[in-house]
Design a protein around this ligand. Structure first.
Ligand code: SF4
Length: 422
């Protein structure tokens, strides 16, 4: 059986092709002339292809824009096609095992996969509506009903509504666990269970969109997306489809710890935005906290960034987790500025989200501001990410640890339980 969310629109159309019909097929029997027959056959082929493409388009609308997951409700699709779909193409749903909203609006979800493994997604609200515009309002305009039909949109305990937030970013997982073992990351200590399939990635966004009008997507949840690059590139194609979720390439960001070959491969099939988890100003420093740097060093990583076909004033985001007395000095800031020279770059500083058992501390606010000022003075747009959802364990891997569904998290589990009950 095929899974709807693993198919691009073209693949869905190919699957539907054998169901297409053209009236002209009846005329074939009475035509004996070879050339005439050939011409008619080609006309029939084109008509059938067009019909299949149209049906794939309609189905994308129903599922991704109208939030309907029951074929019987898709009234403009022929009955025999709907029966075939029920037998052959399953619309996948993720089982929500837990969700919780933080005081700052961050909403965290834990999903159970078919093999009982769990993954996390987070909705991160940002900026008040007046500051950004009307897109959220548009995204919500179809509500819970579409053309008189009950949709499968899901309510949240507290609505993430159009009046409160201008940007709702979905932070999506790409793997169950992660193999990259970054020293500052809780998922890093959990190790890798497996990579996610295309439908498991696409459905995280689909499920979140059934609950809130998501405007942006970042692949910064559990896992290294480029360690699963084929599936992530295909998932991005589906997320960007104009007849489906219709995300702009500027609003979908893949974040990597520095798997250089994956950067090149990603841009062979999609051109979403890129973020690099840099976190150090020298190779020596970076190799201490990110083992990937021993295989592909900073120079090789930045060369790959220079090869990215950005275009249209787009910039690469460089994420920099600030670790107290490790990578937060003024000298570090100057070195980062020198490294990024010539790359259309913006920098996002992330003061470390401390948790008991962690080997690092969060720098003082003054240190973070000094670092930011240094980069701003060198001409780099530099933002500081405020820690979101600390009261609900929104940092990567924390929720999964709390539920004891990850390996290697023993030293963090007690914290999870006490924080949950605090
Ligand atoms: S920071 Fe990202 S790449 Fe590194 S271990 Fe964590 S999830 Fe993996």
């Amino acid at each position: 059986m095929l899974i709807f969310q693993s198919l691009t629109k073209t693949e869905l159309s190919d699957a539907l092709l054998p169901l297409s019909e053209a009236r002209e097929e009846r005329d074939l029997a009475r035509i004996s002339d070879d050339l005439e027959r050939k011409l008619l056959l080609s006309k029939i082929e084109k008509k059938k292809r067009k019909q299949a493409e149209m049906r794939a388009k309609q189905l994308f609308h129903w599922v991704y824009q109208r939030y309907v997951t029951d074929y019987d409700q898709m009234t403009d699709i022929a009955k025999d096609v709907r029966s075939w779909l029920k037998e052959n193409v399953r619309i996948f749903r993720l089982e929500e095992t837990f969700s919780k909203q933080s005081d700052d609006g961050t909403y965290k979800f834990l999903w159970k996969l078919n093999d009982t493994k769990t993954i996390e997604s987070v909705i991160i609200p940002a900026a008040l509506k007046e500051k950004i515009g009307e897109e959220v309002v548009e995204a919500l305009s179809d509500g819970k009903r579409y053309a008189g039909i009950e949709t499968d949109r899901v309510g949240l305990d507290r609505e993430l509504d159009s009046d409160s937030w201008a940007r709702l970013t979905a932070c999506i997982s790409s793997q169950v666990g992660c193999a990259m073992a970054c020293k500052f990351c809780l998922t890093g200590v959990q190790g890798l269970d497996r990579s996610l399939d295309v439908h498991e990635v696409v459905t995280q966004v689909h499920e979140l969109r059934m609950r809130a009008p998501i405007t942006n997507i970042v692949f910064m949840g559990m896992g290294e997306p480029l360690h699963n690059v084929k599936n992530i590139a295909k998932a991005c194609q589906i997320l960007l489809d104009e007849d489906g979720m219709n995300f702009s390439k500027r609003k979908v960001t893949v974040s990597t710890s520095g798997l250089v070959p994956g950067i090149d491969e990603l841009y062979q099939s999609t051109d979403v935005s890129l973020a690099i988890s840099l976190n150090a100003s020298t190779d020596e420093q970076r190799s201490q906290i990110m083992p990937v740097n021993k295989r592909w060093n900073i120079d090789q990583l930045l060369d790959a960034c220079r090869r990215v076909p950005l275009g249209g004033h787009r910039r690469i985001t460089f994420e920099y987790v600030m670790l107290k007395d490790f990578n937060d000095s003024i000298e570090d800031a100057h070195r980062v500025a020198r490294l990024l020279k010539g790359i259309p770059a913006k920098v996002n500083l992330i003061p470390f989200n401390e948790h008991p058992g962690a080997d690092f501390k969060r720098p003082e606010d003054e240190t973070v501001m000094r670092f930011q000022r240094t980069l701003l003075n060198q001409g780099y747009t530099t933002t500081v990410r405020i820690s979101r959802g600390r009261d609900i364990l929104a940092a990567c891997g924390q929720l999964r640890s709390l539920f004891g569904t990850a390996r290697g998290t023993e030293k963090h589990r007690d914290y999870g339980k006490s924080a949950e009950h605090a």
